[in-house]
Ligand binder design. Structure first.
Ligand code: CDP
Length: 274
């Protein structure tokens, strides 16, 4: 442990963390689906101080063509951090970290999307981190998953990203920025909640086997909570459309009575002579 780490008190005498949470508590999470109209599907996630936007296109013809797979679709993901998303300006454009995150997220979605139904195509997933405060890859996966569902791309289930780690010797769920910087370990993962399949697992730092089990138990429990928020966001998106549709139907003026297509003869009609 370095000098800086010693100075930062991450767990107080009541066992609370520096943002007031207990070790098993998540930061507040908000999810909205269908926030962009140009993309086929989109979502916005606020997770603690993280703000992430995801946009999805496809399945559409894969470009460049030499990447096309004759028997299945590709999943091409791009995770990007905006220059203004962190306290020091981030140099725009891809770097090793964002390339790595894009790759592991592509692999995670490749195991849930029914790729074999769309040969030669690509599902393009863009994740833009507008504000970062630790755990952006998990927030990005969570947003992208809702955006893929919003685009109507068939998949086995939604995917939820969540991280746990170790802070001041205590295993904690969902590390914040100080905990990520000065803690001992961080384990981001992504899970398919319906089956429990783990589709992404990374580890930064060291945990004992027992601590690792505790971290996984925290993340899997939290994933179920986030899964409910994802489904709720999708329900809100489509139930609003249905409500709007019904409201339109209810207020629509009744069909105008059809004008007769021929002259109707009335006895008393002026100007009509026998
Ligand atoms: O964001 P995530 O935890 O998935 O990835 P990380 O590589 O562990 O980064 C942790 C945090 O460091 C990010 O969420 C950002 O808040 C911060 N960071 C930064 O300030 N500047 C960067 N170039 C990259 C990350």
């Amino acid at each position: 442990m370095g000098d800086t780490e010693k100075k930062v008190k991450l767990i107080d005498s009541d066992g609370r963390r520096n943002d007031g949470r207990m070790p098993h508590e998540l930061r507040p999470v908000k999810i909205e689906a269908g926030v962009l109209h140009r993309a086929d599907g989109s979502a916005y996630v606020e997770w603690g101080g993280n703000k992430v936007l995801a946009a999805v296109y496809g399945p559409r013809e894969a470009h460049p063509r030499h990447l096309q797979k004759p028997t299945r679709a590709l999943v091409q993901c791009r995770y990007n951090m905006a220059p203004f998303s962190v306290s020091d300006r981030k140099r725009p454009g891809p770097d090793r970290r964002s390339n790595e995150i894009s790759k592991v997220i592509s692999e995670a979605f490749s195991s849930v999307i029914f790729l074999e139904q769309f040969p030669r195509t690509s599902v393009d997933v863009y994740m833009e981190v507008l504000q970062a405060e630790a755990g952006t890859r998990c927030a990005a996966i969570t947003a992208a998953s809702v955006a893929i569902a919003d685009a109507g791309v068939p998949m086995r289930d939604l995917v939820v990203g969540c991280a746990s780690g170790k802070v001041g010797g205590v295993v904690c769920l969902d590390l914040n920025k100080d905990e990520d910087n000065f803690g001992e370990a961080d384990v981001p993962m992504a899970v398919v909640p319906r089956t429990g399949q783990i589709v992404l697992l990374q580890m930064d730092g060291h945990l004992t086997a027992k601590e690792f089990d505790q971290a996984m138990a925290y993340s899997l429990g939290a994933a179920q909570q986030i899964y409910e928020l994802q489904k709720d966001a999708l329900r809100r998106r489509y139930s609003v459309s249905l409500e709007e549709f019904r409201a339109k139907e209810a207020t629509a003026s009744p069909e105008p009575e059809e004008e007769p297509k021929y002259d109707v003869y009335h006895d008393d009609q002026p100007g009509v002579a026998e």
